[in-house]
Design a protein around this ligand. Structure first.
Ligand code: GAP
Length: 488
């Protein structure tokens, strides 16, 4: 079963590349580990997921507004947020060469020298220890496997210690006399801090009243230690986050509310509930008071796709301390117990944080199907189809003239012109119609229409539904409304 699922995962990765969804980054140079590019249909699908999230958070919630903060932030942001001190992974030093290794890199380099089977066993043992943050166990694993430093050739290792996951870079011109630390900026490891530092700007300019939320989508960067799972764990990825600012004391209720609301958002895409589960955190991140993951059953098992975190007033209070600026809200609602306004306070926060790339992988994993279709001659053929929810599909409607002549392309082009303002259409006249249908199935196009000779007689076309492969004739005049209704 496990092997089969791994086969399915590999098939999805191959399909994503072959059909223009996801490519390894800078592939002509053999790629860059855990970095990926999105192709023509991948970038459409990703945009549609992002838009669906954004609309449900902002347009459909009167009390949530958006921001688009810069990736670069003042370096003190990350001191205040706790990321400089707490956001780390294990590393080890060789005492003779003084060379420092990330534990996973060291072990992976050793795996290259082993047989496939031995290597897999070692990687599995490493992943287990990394997940358990068992640093003594990792050191023992390195020693037991007699892993040596490539420079000194010795196995004289320090204890395993933590390694910060933030990428650093330098800002502006670096003059020799300037203290280098002053020029260091980080690539943000989460988008959330761009929301916290703008809390008062947004609250005042958009005249928001607690409870209210600020949403943001954008890139985040982490120098991930275990990064071998396609776009599940990347070093450059995109987050869709929302910080919901509330009155202290109401966090229990709002945490429950967002936990449920976010699962409902997933289910609204028609994905079966049994593919999801909650995982309540026992070990909490440095900022969290209560936290859970929404997990999805990927082909590689149940894994986190989204986190809901009760962050208390940790971030705003920390930014108050480090910036020496007040980040408070004046609440003039009346507190029933005292009969007086609630007054000034630092709001508490419930965060919802979902990885866009992980949601993309979720959609691909759920959509990918190799359907066996019996043929009339008794044999069977396999149809590879992406059953992507119609509202997220990269192309909504394929317009296919049966032949390249007899005026059919002209009618098809006129339909295309009529529809493409409303949704993404794709025109194709090359190859047999069956082949064109299969290509559209493989990229998840929910509707294809064929323009044929009958169209010239009665202004109808054949519409073919991706999931059932059923076909029916409909009037051209009804087509646009039908597709719009299905993708709503
Ligand atoms: N602001 C809170 C935060 O960043 P997180 O649990 O570290 O929390 C939130 O990340 C979500 O971001 C995860 O649920 C996951 O979907 C996504 N994510 C985190 N690290 C990722 C990575 N290396 N590659 C892809 N997605 C990632």
């Amino acid at each position: 079963m496990a092997t089969q699922d791994n086969n399915r995962f590999q098939a999805i990765i191959a399909h994503a590349k072959e059909y223009g969804f996801v490519f390894p980054s800078s592939e002509i140079y053999d790629g860059l580990s855990a970095v990926y590019d999105y192709g023509p249909w991948g970038s459409e699908l990703k945009k549609n997921i992002r838009d669906y999230w954004w609309k449900s958070m902002t347009q459909l919630h009167e009390n949530i507004v958006g921001v688009d903060a810069a990736i670069f932030m003042h370096p003190t942001t990350w001191k205040a947020s706790g990321h400089v001190d707490n956001f780390s992974d294990p590393m080890i030093d060789n005492k003779d060469s003084k060379k420092r290794y990330r534990v996973d890199h060291l072990i992976e380099a050793h795996v290259e020298t082993l047989s496939k089977e031995e290597g897999n066993v070692l990687i599995a043992a490493m992943d287990k220890l990394l997940a358990a943050e068992d640093f003594a166990g990792l050191k023992k694993l390195i020693e037991d496997n007699k892993i040596k430093c490539s420079i000194s050739g010795t196995a004289n290792w320090t204890d395993v210690r933590q390694f910060n996951l933030m990428f650093k870079t330098e800002f502006g011109a670096v003059a020799a006399e300037v203290n280098e630390d002053e020029n260091i900026v980080y690539l943000r490891p989460e988008t959330a801090q761009g929301i916290f530092v703008n809390f008062l700007n947004v609250q005042k300019t958009a005249r928001m009243k607690v409870p209210f939320g600020i949403a943001q989508t954008g890139k985040a960067f982490r120098n991930e230690i275990v990064a071998r799972q396609f776009i599940f764990r990347m070093r450059e990825f995109e987050q869709m986050e929302m910080q919901f600012f509330i009155r202290p004391g109401t966090e229990g209720d709002w945490y429950k509310y967002w936990k449920e609301a976010r699962l409902q958002w997933h289910l609204s895409l028609g994905i079966p509930a049994e593919k999801y589960r909650y995982h309540d955190h026992v070990k909490l991140a440095h900022y969290a008071k209560e936290a859970c993951d929404i997990e999805f059953e990927f082909p590689i098992g149940f894994k986190e796709v989204e986190g809901i975190h009760s962050r208390s007033d940790y971030d705003l209070s920390q930014h108050q301390v480090y910036s020496k600026k007040k980040l408070q809200y004046f609440d003039n609602d009346i507190d029933e117990t005292t009969g007086k306004p609630y007054g000034n306070y630092v709001p508490y926060v419930i965060e919802t944080s979902i990885g866009l790339d992980r949601m993309f992988l979720l959609i691909l994993s759920q959509a990918y199907d190799e359907e066996v279709i019996p043929r009339e001659d008794g044999a069977a053929e396999t149809r590879t189809v992406l059953r992507i929810p119609a509202k997220l599909a990269p192309i909504k409607l394929a317009i296919l003239p049966l032949t390249k002549k007899d005026g059919l392309p002209e009618i098809a082009r006129a339909i295309m012109n009529d529809c493409r303002e409303d949704f993404y259409c794709f025109y194709e006249e090359k190859d047999a119609i069956g082949k064109r249908y299969r290509r559209m199935d493989a990229i998840g196009t929910p509707f294809c229409i064929t323009v044929d000779h009958q169209t010239k007689e009665d202004q109808t076309v054949t519409i073919r539904y991706r999931d059932t492969m059923q076909q029916e004739r409909i009037a051209i005049s009804d087509l646009r409304a039908l597709v719009k209704e299905k993708i709503r």
